[in-house]
Design a protein around this ligand. Structure first.
Ligand SMILES: Cc1cc2nc3c(=O)[nH]c(=O)nc-3n(C[C@H](O)[C@H](O)[C@H](O)COP(=O)(O)OP(=O)(O)OC[C@H]3O[C@@H](n4cnc5c(N)ncnc54)[C@H](O)[C@@H]3O)c2cc1C
Length: 449
């Protein structure tokens, strides 16, 4: 006898931030509705319960990436969430109009998460990302959401009344609604390997080309030595970073973007939050660091001239001790070709101008970013115009929903990307459940099925 294929009311592909939130929202929605008693002619027969919500995860456990976020502390949201800070702002604004940021914060609090705010960035007060995953897990358990791990979804086909899902190992599932929350391609070692896109592009959805972002920038290998990156490796400092790029090889470089914040020197190039924010600019270019953005060039030069008067007795090498990190001083001195011999009093005005120049305009040629392995997010993804911003339902294939990073939405560092994952997951889960129920939410314009 042919084995019966298990069924679910809602199947969520991906057990990451957006998928777990989508599953919780769907299970809550189904529990609150009268779905259990509704029979849909022609729909797959129920497996155990008709309101079953299943999370399908390709890794051996859910939430792996979540545990790595915020350096293991999970910067899960921000007090300054604004759609204008996202791409594409106008579409994200419509989504956020459905669910104000504070609702997400309250929802985490209601699941028992104590929240701590640091300069607008929201973290679990416990100081560990596991708390975020743990409160989600407990809620999933309470709602009896089924977790199916090692399920790498490779096929999604329309079936009468729903969808047939197939895993790489041949397992199958019939679901009335499917939410694709498989993430992008950033940090594939944490689960999201980009395999989710094909499930929807195969059904007619468009994809904006994808690129890694929120990652470090690499200097050309042959310049690493002259830039002193080996000795600078590991140093963190605050600076303004300007990104310069030429339209074509040989053209004049022009300023494209600026960020002020943490710079982390690496053996391969530059990293840190300010560099992450600039990493969305692809291709070769140049980073110019201003180590003293609060001072004009002339003011910095005057300071150095005064220091020469008062600290002229110091060795040349020690002249800037107290002003910059010691290893930064060494590299800047080497690059300016200053003799180590002699005292600071021997610096000429021209020498000090040169020093002030390097401190205000320290240049690093860049070959490109560090690639998918180290990227925090994906730029590009499923074209958002093909999804209803109020429900996240596909306009091409009703009954299918998408949430999180798999969509062509991205935000800056600071909790903005996880906030997007929670919000879109919540709306997709809620809408999928509502579309199965008799009750129609007047706020939601269109329902699938
Ligand atoms: C190191 C690191 C640190 C970060 N820190 C922060 C931070 O502090 N704050 C912040 O806001 N953002 C941060 N981000 C970004 C943030 O983690 C992501 O934007 C967010 O996790 C996206 O959520 P998602 O659910 O869309 O995708 P993901 O979290 O990537 O989850 C997708 C899930 O789907 C699974 N999957 C993929 N394909 C399939 C398939 N075919 N079948 C079944 N399952 C599949 C994956 O295994 C994965 O578990 C960080 C990212 C990284 C890599």
């Amino acid at each position: 006898m042919k084995e019966r294929i298990p069924t679910a009311a809602v199947a969520v592909i991906g057990g990451g931030a957006s998928g777990l939130m989508a599953a919780i929202a769907a299970a809550r929605g189904l529990r609150d509705s009268k779905t259990k008693s509704i029979k849909h002619p022609g729909e797959p027969s129920p497996d155990d319960r008709e309101d079953r919500v299943v999370v399908l995860e390709r890794c051996d456990r859910i939430g792996r990436k979540l545990l790595a976020t915020g350096n293991g502390r999970c910067n899960f949201s921000n007090t300054g969430i604004e759609s204008a800070l996202y791409h594409p702002a106008s579409w994200v604004e419509q989504v956020y109009s459905m669910l104000p940021p504070v609702r997400i914060h309250e929802s985490f609090e209601s699941m028992g998460l104590m929240i701590r705010c640091e300069d607008g960035r929201l973290y679990p007060a416990s100081g560990t990302a596991t708390s975020v995953l743990d409160v989600l897990r407990l809620e999933l358990d309470r709602l009896q959401v089924a977790l199916e791990c090692d399920f790498s979804a490779i096929k999604l086909l329309p079936k009468k009344g729903g969808w047939l899902l197939e895993a790489a190992d041949g397992r199958q599932l019939l679901a009335r609604r499917v939410i694709l929350a498989a993430g992008g391609k950033a940090s594939p070692q944490l689960g999201s390997d980009g395999s989710g896109y094909a499930l929807f592009t195969g059904l007619g959805h468009g994809l904006r080309p994808i690129e890694p972002a929120l990652t470090g920038l690499r200097c050309p290998v042959h310049e690493v030595r002259s830039l002193g990156l080996k000795s600078l490796n590991g140093i963190r400092l605050q600076a303004k970073a300007d990104w310069y790029q030429a339209a074509n090889a040989g053209d004049k470089m022009v300023l494209k973007a600026s960020e002020t914040g943490e710079i982390l020197f690496r053996e391969y190039g530059l990293s840190g939050i300010a560099i992450f924010q600039l990493s969305r600019w692809t291709g070769p270019g140049e980073i110019r660091l201003d180590l003293f953005p609060e001072l004009r060039f002339e003011d910095l030069l005057q300071k150095l001239i005064q220091m020469r008067q008062t600290l002229g007795w110091r060795s040349r090498e020690a002249f800037l001790v107290g002003t910059l990190h010691k290893r930064v001083i060494q590299v800047l001195m080497q690059q300016a070709s200053f003799q180590a011999k002699g005292t600071a009093a021997d610096f000429t005005d021209a020498d000090l101008k040169k020093l002030a120049g390097s401190m205000k305009d320290w240049r690093f040629p860049m070959a490109g970013n560090t690639g998918w392995q180290q990227a925090q997010i994906t730029l590009g993804g499923l074209s958002v115009q093909e999804f209803d911003p109020l429900t996240l339902e596909s306009k091409i294939q009703p009954g299918l929903y998408a949430a999180g990073e798999i969509l062509d939405v991205d935000g800056p560092c600071g909790g903005f990307n996880l906030h997007w994952a929670w919000t879109s997951g919540w709306l997709a889960g809620t809408a999928a459940a509502l579309s199965l129920s008799e009750t129609r939410n007047p706020l939601i314009r269109k329902q699938g099925g």
